[in-house]
Design a protein around this ligand. Structure first.
Ligand code: 2U9
Length: 344
């Protein structure tokens, strides 16, 4: 009996040692320790043993059973650990693998120019104001001293929804609305960037939709010399410190007096070239002192307050700054064009 138990133990432990997986291990456990297994059989046959042999063999059978149990458990842990190791090795990610390149976008050149102009005027104490693109007749025309029969109100030039409602033809209504909000009290110091719309046939220099930036400064004692100083500072900060400006008389219904503002040509430094058509100067802005009637209509006492206003086309600024020959490039979204304006 003793030899049989020792043989069973050695046989079972040998099988445990070579078990390849948890399933094989379970088979060994069932085969040797199960209810129908040989150890149980030995324990059942104890009754047939002599009184001296019974405790010795009983103890030995228990020891063999425990030894097999312990080895099965150890092997089980070993196999589980190996299985986890294998899974980890299979599922590991190579973090050194380079990512797939993603094509980055870029800020639209018109947005970049608006941001640069805003930057220049914020530095001069202006804030930015915005307003609706669908505008009522009053703010787009009436409040700007453009009476009902004025040629700029012609159906040919504006996109009307109804007799009272249209796509704004300039950003000036934003200034009129801003003045109204100030209820006759200065200072008002804003720039108004935004989209505007005019019935026009598109070509290299015209677009039915374009962008403007207009500015307005209303306070006591605002003079033409303030306008000149502010625009000179702007020209230097947007185009370069070496630039000069000059004013030429002009006419706008909302300003009196009115001027056209030229900036010295950056291509030739003022000597004359193809860009400035040999004049040394490039027309960039319109401006003037706010018409007293416009001040009054938006609630300002024109005997106490004065102001200056100016306006410029964003596409024209961008075309001058980057030497772009066709305004339609801004609206056709050709990636080859847009990608040239990636900011670093
Ligand atoms: C208020 C009072 C005055 C805005 C002004 C201009 C001169 C001007 C054009 C330049 C090129 C528009 O884009 S463009 O075609 N603008 O010349 N704009 S003064 O004057 C205002 C506006 C609002 C209440």
């Amino acid at each position: 009996m003793r030899e049989r138990l020792e043989a069973l133990r050695d046989e079972a432990l040998a099988k445990v040692a070579v078990a390849k997986d948890v399933k094989a291990l379970q088979d060994v456990r069932v085969a040797y320790l199960g209810k129908k297994g040989p150890i149980t059989e030995v324990l059942r046959g104890m009754g047939k043993l002599s009184a001296e042999e019974r405790p010795v063999i009983g103890q030995m059978a228990n020891d063999v059973r425990d030894a097999i149990k312990v080895q099965v458990e150890l092997k089980e842990k070993e196999l589980e650990a190996a299985a986890i190791e294998k899974q980890l090795a299979n599922e590991s990610i190579d973090v050194t693998l380079p990512g797939r390149p993603v094509q980055g976008g870029s800020t639209h050149p018109l947005t970049q120019v608006v941001e640069e102009v805003e930057e220049a005027f914020l530095g001069l104490g202006f804030s930015v104001a915005e307003g609706p693109e669908v505008e009522v007749d009053y703010y787009n025309f009436e409040a700007l001293n453009l009476p009902k029969d004025h040629p700029a109100r012609d159906m040919q030039d504006s996109f009307y929804f109804t007799e009272e409602l249209l796509l704004r033809t300039h950003t000036s209504p934003v200034q009129a609305r801003t003045m109204e909000l100030h209820k006759g009290k200065g200072p008002v110091k804003v720039i108004c960037p935004g989209k505007v719309f005019r019935r026009d046939d598109d070509d290299a220099t015209h677009s039915h939709q374009f962008m403007q930036i207009e500015g307005l400064f209303v306070d006591e004692n605002v003079r033409m010399s303030d306008l000149k100083g502010v625009l000179e500072q702007f020209a230097k900060s947007f185009f370069g410190e070496d630039r000069q400006i000059r004013l030429r008389p002009s006419f706008f219904p909302f300003t009196e007096p009115s001027v056209e503002v030229d900036v010295s040509c950056g291509m030739c430094g003022g000597k004359g070239c193809r860009v400035c058509k040999q004049s040394g100067w490039i027309e960039v802005l319109g401006a003037g002192m706010v018409h007293p009637r416009v001040l009054e209509m938006s609630g300002f006492d024109s005997t106490k307050y004065s102001g200056f206003a100016f306006g410029m086309g964003v596409e024209r600024l961008a075309m001058l700054k980057y030497d772009i020959d066709d305004i339609r490039h801004f609206y056709t979204n050709d990636i080859r064009f847009l990608a040239q304006f990636k900011r670093v």
